[in-house]
Design a binder for this molecule. Structure first.
Ligand SMILES: *[C@@H]1O[C@H](CO)[C@@H](O)[C@H](O)[C@H]1NC(C)=O
Ligand SMILES: *[C@@H]1O[C@H](CO)[C@@H](O)[C@H](O)[C@H]1NC(C)=O
Ligand SMILES: *[C@@H]1O[C@H](CO)[C@@H](O)[C@H](O)[C@H]1NC(C)=O
Ligand SMILES: *[C@@H]1O[C@H](CO)[C@@H](O)[C@H](O)[C@H]1NC(C)=O
Ligand SMILES: *[C@@H]1O[C@H](CO)[C@@H](O)[C@H](O)[C@H]1NC(C)=O
Length: 558
């Protein structure tokens, strides 16, 4: 039965003909090899205005699905008895010239008009989700992506500057994903066109080249400033990490391989970090945080696999550098409020790394405001690595500072255009780590080319946006882009996680109370059946919504 009060607002109907700063524009879907992407060009890109709730009983749902929903919207009220159905995407008949498909579609539409509840004979499962704002957990810092040399290169080649503005707004504007975090490398990283640093003159311990930007980052800084201006992002939190010191400071005199920082340069390397913070600040990009260095174990254990810039640390040597050099250098400087993150590596080193540091230099981990994790081994090393860490050091900010797909031998080391499975992998890991207490998440390259580069060592991977480098006139938003958006868009900095308990495994969920006291919840149906979700809020009451198979949603209400 159709519910008369049902308000089903497909994003398609939201096109506002009147111009203005903020308007909702639907995704322009395109079928690619592995599923659907959304196409953006200089004069077209999809956005979704944030919901404004009419009254305290209204709820608002943003939905994406494997079938093709991308941030479509539905709303209704708590206390309504009829079930509200989120219709899945159906290929528009007008685009079909093939009679077979057309007649099949008509059959489907006629069939669904009569069997709306069961939707094409598939099973409907059900679940009850209880949200309790009295049971609070961690406070969120936010979400973001990384601005690498690869991103800089691609943006620099865009045919029209409007395309770059769409890229920036898609991630950082309020009607985009609402990102507020960004990771940048201090010097080069693997996603650069060559290795580089700010101090390449041998033995220049005065770091005399660090007063000005150099050829490697002058464009990047301009682009990031444009991103800040055009997206309107308030309080962008930028986090830096160095991949490697220049070869002359290292034991092997190389950018990569089994090499560590020479003891003689421990203070120089601390000064290098401070000078970088000042350099960025002087050029209009305030730095929120730095880490003690990207993936320290690459230069100690994994040097046979890792061919890109890296510098090895053991927890013992890093404790000495942090406690005796970097920590005091930053804390005694004008940038004493810069947040310091430790580790910046995989789960298997948690919490052992921090224990060994504190053992080598007692209280050295007091210099660390936060602990930084890369997600790559989350599926292999269980949650206990994180649980033991939060027991050992409960007051640290927990951040995931790198994630992407395609790094493993069993994964395609390239973008899979349209892959919903990769979006699900994102959703699953975001849910898992947020439930473990993580407060922030920074994804890797915000965009890459069709091969998953450019990258000076051909270490190619996937990204949430893929640029068409045949024309440099369009880019494609992957399902992963929307998966991240379901977490970031309505969960601003300062939101507090609250209890969200599903009655069975058909639904996975996390929920937050925002600084404006509204509730935002992520609902993930990874199953092949559609799902009746009874949402029960301890204050607001309840309602029932039916969501399609393979879909993810963000719910908001007062
Ligand atoms: C229409 O599409 C079907 C299924 O994709 C295909 O088998 C058939 O050959 C198509 N017919 C025409 C006339 O293109
Ligand atoms: C939640 O907390 C408020 C204020 O502390 C209290 O009045 C209310 O009864 C609590 N609600 C539940 C469901 O525990
Ligand atoms: C940081 O430095 C400022 C001066 O630049 C000083 O006022 C402040 O007390 C310092 N904060 C800490 C925590 O040392
Ligand atoms: C770090 O070491 C100091 C000195 O041994 C000790 O007092 C402190 O509890 C340690 N911190 C942690 C988190 O174990
Ligand atoms: C990139 O654009 C070219 C020219 O329009 C087109 O042929 C090609 O299919 C596009 N690439 C992708 C991945 O869609």
């Amino acid at each position: 039965m159709f519910a008369s009060r049902r308000i089903l607002v497909l994003a398609l109907l939201l096109i506002s003909a009147i111009g203005g700063q903020s308007e909702s524009i639907p995704c322009k879907l395109k079928e690619e090899t592995h599923g659907k992407v959304c196409v953006c060009t200089a004069d077209y890109c999809d956005y979704l205005e944030n919901p404004v709730l009419a009254d305290e009983n209204e709820w608002f749902l943003i939905s994406s699905s494997k079938q093709g929903l991308r941030f479509s919207t539905t709303s209704d009220k708590f206390g309504t008895e009829e079930k509200v159905t989120v219709q899945d995407y159906v290929e528009p008949a007008t685009e079909t010239k093939n009679e077979t498909i057309l007649s099949r579609l008509v059959d489907k539409v006629v069939a669904s008009a009569f069997t709306l509840e069961s939707r094409e004979s598939s099973i409907t499962r059900s679940v009850t989700l209880r949200l309790d704002r009295n049971n609070t957990h961690q406070k969120m810092v936010g979400f973001g992506g990384s601005y690498t040399g690869a991103v800089e290169f691609l943006v620099d080649n865009f045919k029209q500057s409007e395309l770059a503005d769409h890229l920036y707004k898609s991630f950082y504007a309020e009607d985009g994903l609402g990102f507020n975090l960004m990771r940048v490398s201090i010097g080069g990283c693997d996603f650069d066109l060559e290795p580089w640093s700010y101090a390449e003159e041998v033995d220049d311990t005065l770091l005399s080249d660090m007063d000005e930007l150099n050829d490697h980052d002058v464009k990047k800084v301009e682009q990031i400033k444009r991103l800040i201006a055009v997206s309107g992002v308030k309080n962008l939190l930028v986090k830096g990490a160095a991949w490697s010191a220049p070869p002359w400071m290292k034991t092997n005199n190389k950018w990569t391989g089994f090499g560590r920082l020479k003891r003689a340069y421990y203070q120089t390397w601390a000064d290098y970090h401070l000078r970088w913070i000042k350099l960025m600040e002087d050029n209009g990009i305030p730095i929120w945080a730095i880490s003690t260095g990207n993936e320290p174990l690459n230069g100690i254990v994994f040097m046979y696999f890792v061919r890109f810039m890296s510098m090895g640390w053991t927890p013992q040597t890093q404790a000495i550098w942090l406690n005796d050099y970097l920590g005091p250098t930053i804390r005694n400087s004008e940038f004493n409020d810069t947040i310091l993150f430790g580790n910046d590596d995989q789960r298997y080193s948690f919490p052992h790394w921090f224990k060994m540091m504190n053992y080598t230099r007692p209280n050295s981990i007091d210099y660390l405001d936060g602990l930084s994790l890369h997600w790559y081994w989350d599926e292999i090393f269980g949650n206990s690595f994180i649980e033991h860490t939060t027991e050992y050091a409960p007051d640290k900010i927990l951040i995931v500072s790198e994630s992407c797909i395609g790094d493993k031998p069993w994964q395609a080391a390239a973008p899979l255009l349209g892959s919903w499975e990769r979006a699900e992998k994102y959703a699953r890991d975001y849910l898992q780590n947020i439930k473990l207490g993580f407060q922030a998440w920074i994804d890797w390259n915000i965009c890459l080319d069709e091969k998953g580069g450019p990258n000076y060592v051909d270490n190619t991977v996937d990204a949430p946006v893929i640029v068409n480098t045949t024309t440099y006139e369009e880019f494609y938003k992957q399902p992963m882009f929307y998966a991240m958006g379901h977490f970031s868009k309505l969960v601003p900095e300062g939101s507090v996680r609250i209890d969200a308990v599903p009655s069975n495994v058909n639904l996975d969920s996390v929920a937050f109370q925002r600084p404006d006291n509204k509730i935002a919840a992520v609902l993930f149906n990874s199953g092949r059946a559609d799902l009746d979700i009874t949402v029960v809020d301890s204050v607001r009451g309840q309602f029932v919504v039916n969501v399609p198979a393979k879909s993810i949603h963000t719910l908001m209400y007062s």
